[in-house]
Design a protein around this ligand. Structure first.
Ligand code: PLP
Length: 385
């Protein structure tokens, strides 16, 4: 018997399948450097671990409020208000099992069959599949050469079926950070055509070169009403395994998502939420140390890998997204997927192909691993090229 059309219509995550393959090779004793990973190698800060252990000891191990603990949602609202001059309260916040889960909830709540969502390309792998799982249709639009938003192509892609424009800043895979002017342009389009804006800001604190992240919902009251902000504790606080993400949106949207969540997973892991609460209280100095180290790794990786192909310096997230078309031609390969396999087999370096993000002739190189690994990966690639 065949499984559902719904599940057959989606693609497996290329980053997850490559990670599984690498884990298998490592188990077999292969020495592989993983520049494919979407998480820094830093340990979760100790106060977060301690708060989680304390919550377990205090028996915070039961069902809790579906939308998330009151004190955590209050804490998140306070954090957002202070950081972005918003006017949110706990009723605007809903916790999920990572921001992947939040995206799933959003599309299930927002879309009817055939509704369209505009997604600037290249894009993070989960966006189109999450739209498709809700019966929606992803409509890809090209970004500019420097990977910034192209408002003209976005407007041209809007049809009667369009329900939302999805943006992701700082961006995975390109590292682009969108400026306030372009983001205001997206708000204007949303207002003109009565659309929602879905803003994935999982990398909000990871910006470099003195560039600042702009939270689109804080641009105006209209922007706040239109925007569904998707956020995560994963990357900012080195908590990928805790599975804590959240949605910030107008109350009526949160209420509908909450209805769905009540039948889907219920509350997020209760004791993990105490860890997240502690993350909000972390010394800002500690976070600055992490982002400074990532900026150092970015400069190192950019300098080293620029020897092989042209690379635009990223302003955020932790990825380089070079154009490798000349290298593909030189090696006589068919595309980025073949290049990625070539690097894995010959140099034992795992890097994701651009095609996984909707853009051929590129690679996505993560610089979230240690400086030593970045240097060694460069050495190995140089040796085979
Ligand atoms: C743009 C973007 N959003 C969301 C996520 C998922 O984060 P979470 O761990 O919160 O599910 C990722 C992870 O790679 C990402 O790149």
């Amino acid at each position: 018997m065949e499984n559902s059309k719904r599940v057959n219509s989606i693609e497996p995550s290329k980053s997850i399948s490559l990670s599984a393959k690498i884990a298998e090779l490592k188990k077999l004793g292969e020495d592989i450097i993983g520049l494919n990973v979407g998480e820094p190698d830093f340990a979760t800060p100790a106060p977060i671990i301690q708060a989680t252990i304390a919550a377990l000891k205090d028996n915070e191990t039961r069902y809790s409020l579906v939308q998330g603990l009151d004190q955590l949602r209050e804490g998140i609202a306070y954090y957002l208000n202070k950081k972005y001059t918003l006017n949110a309260n706990k009723d605007h916040i809903l916790l999920g099992n990572g921001s992947k889960h939040i995206l799933y909830l959003i599309f299930q709540t927002l879309l009817n069959d055939g509704d369209e969502v505009i997604i600037p390309s290249p894009y993070w792998v989960t966006f189109p599949e999450s739209v498709k799982l809700a019966g929606g249709v992803p409509r890809f639009v090209e970004t500019k050469k420097n990977f910034q938003l192209d408002l003209k192509t976005i407007e041209e892609a809007i049809t009667k079926k369009t329900k939302a424009i999805l943006i992701n800043t700082p961006n995975n895979p390109t590292g682009a950070v969108y400026n306030a002017e372009d983001l205001q342009g997206v708000v204007d389009l949303a207002e003109k055509y009565d659309l929602k804006i879905i803003s994935d800001e999982a990398y909000e604190i990871l910006t470099y070169n003195k560039v600042k992240h702009v939270n689109i919902s804080s641009l105006s009251e209209v922007a706040f009403q239109r925007t569904l902000t998707v956020q995560s504790f994963s990357k900012s606080f080195c908590m990928t395994g805790f599975r804590i993400g959240y949605l910030c949106a107008e109350k009526s949207f949160i209420d509908d998502v909450n209805k769905l969540q009540g039948h889907l997973s219920g509350n997020n892991c209760t004791f993990a939420q105490y860890g997240a609460l502690e993350a909000l209280r972390l010394d800002a100095g500690l976070i600055r140390i992490l982002t400074k180290e990532l900026e150092t790794r970015m400069k190192l990786a950019h300098e080293l890998f620029s020897e092989f192909f042209p690379i635009q310096k990223p302003d955020g997230a932790f990825y380089l997204f070079p154009d490798v078309s000349d290298l593909i031609k030189k090696l006589g390969l068919k595309g980025s997927e073949e290049l990625s396999l070539y690097l894995l087999e010959k140099a034992k370096v795992a890097i994701l192909p651009g095609i996984a993000f909707g853009m051929e002739n590129h690679l996505r190189i993560s610089f979230a691993q240690s400086r030593e690994e970045i240097i060694e990966a460069h050495k190995r690639i140089k040796a085979i090229l």
